[in-house]
Design a protein around this ligand. Structure first.
Ligand SMILES: [Cu+2]
Length: 480
């Protein structure tokens, strides 16, 4: 699938303008500017704007020496060099956003997306950031965790006048640190963040890092009260959210993280949601190596398999890709890997609803009682063509090569392969398991399925059967 970033790069090469990713409003602000100093980043390689696959890009470092981050489902904001100052332009505006195919909403963001584009710069850079407000109410931008003069800290009323609709403000400061940071409004914060206004601000160290990184991924955690059947997030909700996102996307629409064995991967995670998220990476333990405080001294690195990224915090994970495969990366709060949670619904677990279903069907043809044996049916019934509420995703979704993955929300896959080129981020497909390396059935109880477990609405849940071809165990190889 062509990502937005790939598309932008293709557009840029096709002459559609380096600001192809900037909204119409922002583009108007830039017209007439000299773009010759614009950082091209990894846009230098020509690529055809063909539909479908975009050819791999060679691993390209920025002229200042850093490896650009890979913002999941996102993009990096181009800048213009003006007298040695890096000039960026953010435009706050309402946008139409897709969480995954089948679910869209009116959200607020920057330059056409939520999260807004990632700002990347280097310790020591002077940055000048224009902020244009195209919302219906005032806003500001706070540069979260960045050491700067007080008048640029962005708390409306405290540090600056609010940016009214139609106004453009400028922030200017010199970066005195490195690390993983964020930006977000500090005006009507509850609403503006609930609608999606946030972005990453990555400051690379001046020196090349002594433990070098081969792929550098980044995303923000967020939650949304987009109630089933609606098109606007509800900003008043504090706990019972419907959607849990990595960079405003839910599984299965979240980009995969691709890695080659032998590479060192960094995953930078920031949290602007209303919950703490224990982020869990399958495969081997990772090191927690940094935050908005920069890359920590090595004595502070910790090995973990799950790390809580608290509200307002940033955490950098690093690991060496040693085992090829498809490894899950997800929040360990089980409700945060579901979509479209239905809150306040009676609990049907263990309840035979077949009689109730018939009664309800008299009033609601096609009604399906669900949940007696668990919630797996929920994803299945939508696949069978039974409509749910409009603009509402199934609670769990996504099919892998062995069947339904039954995840949603904050879940994606780290795909480690032996045979990738450096800088190739294309989805390599599902992992091809070497023969004999997958968990397999060795027996099944023929009586367990009696009476057969059937979904109340008649869909068959196949009764387990004894496998006649059950492999004989070879005990001689197990040394006792
Ligand atoms: Cu979570």
């Amino acid at each position: 699938m062509t990502s937005r970033r790939d598309l932008l790069q293709a557009l840029a090469m096709g002459g559609a303008g380096l600001l192809a990713g900037v909204s119409s409003g922002a583009r108007a602000q830039h017209e007439g500017h000299d773009m010759s100093g614009m950082d091209m980043g990894d846009m230098k390689k020509p690529m055809p704007p063909a539909a479908g696959l975009v050819p791999p890009k060679a691993l390209q470092r920025h002229p200042q020496g850093y490896l650009p981050v890979r913002t999941l489902n996102g993009w990096t904001l181009p800048y213009k060099l003006n007298g040695g100052v890096k000039e960026f332009h953010l435009v706050a505006e309402e946008i139409e956003h897709e969480f995954a195919p089948g679910c869209r909403a009116k959200c607020w963001g920057y330059n056409g997306t939520t999260p807004g584009p990632t700002i990347e710069a280097v310790d020591g850079d002077r940055v000048r950031i224009f902020v244009t407000n195209r919302l219906g109410e005032y806003t500001t931008v706070h540069w979260h965790g960045i050491d700067l003069p007080n008048g640029y800290d962005g708390v409306g009323g405290l540090n600056q006048p609010h940016i009214k609709p139609g106004e453009t403000y400028v922030y200017e400061f010199t970066l005195k640190q490195h690390g993983t940071h964020m930006y977000h409004p500090h005006a009507d914060e509850m609403t503006q963040m609930a609608f999606g206004m946030m972005g990453l601000f990555i400051i690379h160290p001046r020196e090349v890092e002594d433990v070098p990184i081969d792929r550098d991924y980044a995303f923000l955690l967020h939650n949304w009260a987009l109630h089933p059947g609606t098109y606007r997030p509800d900003p008043s909700v504090m706990q019972d959210f419907d959607l849990w996102t990595f960079n405003s996307k839910v599984f299965p629409a979240i980009d995969h993280l691709v890695a080659r064995t032998g590479e060192r991967i960094r995953i930078r995670i920031g949290n602007l949601s209303m919950w703490n998220h224990p982020i869990h990476l399958h495969s081997n333990p990772f090191w927690v190596t940094g935050s908005d405080g920069g890359r920590w001294p090595r004595a502070q690195w910790r090995r973990e398999v799950t790390e809580i990224v608290g509200v307002g915090q940033m955490r950098d994970f690093e690991f060496e890709a040693t085992e090829p495969g498809d490894w899950a990366l997800h929040c360990h709060m089980a409700h945060h890997t579901m979509n479209a949670m239905g809150h306040g619904i009676p609990n049907p677990a263990g309840v035979d609803q077949s009689g109730v279903q018939d009664d309800i069907r008299k009033h609601l043809p096609g009604y399906m009682a669900m949940g007696r044996y668990g919630m797996s049916e929920h994803g299945e019934h939508l696949k069978m063509g039974v409509p749910g509420p409009v603009n509402t995703l199934p609670m769990m979704a996504g099919d892998g090569q062995f069947g339904p993955i039954e995840m949603g929300g904050m879940f994606t896959v780290v795909k480690v392969r032996n045979d990738l080129a450096a800088g190739d981020y294309r989805d390599p497909g599902w992992y091809q398991f070497p023969k004999g390396t997958v968990a397999r059935r060795v027996s099944a109880d023929p009586d367990f399925g009696s009476p057969p477990r059937r979904h109340p609405y008649g869909s068959t849940s196949p009764a387990p059967v004894m496998q006649p071809e059950m492999p004989a165990m070879d005990h001689s190889k197990h040394g006792g």
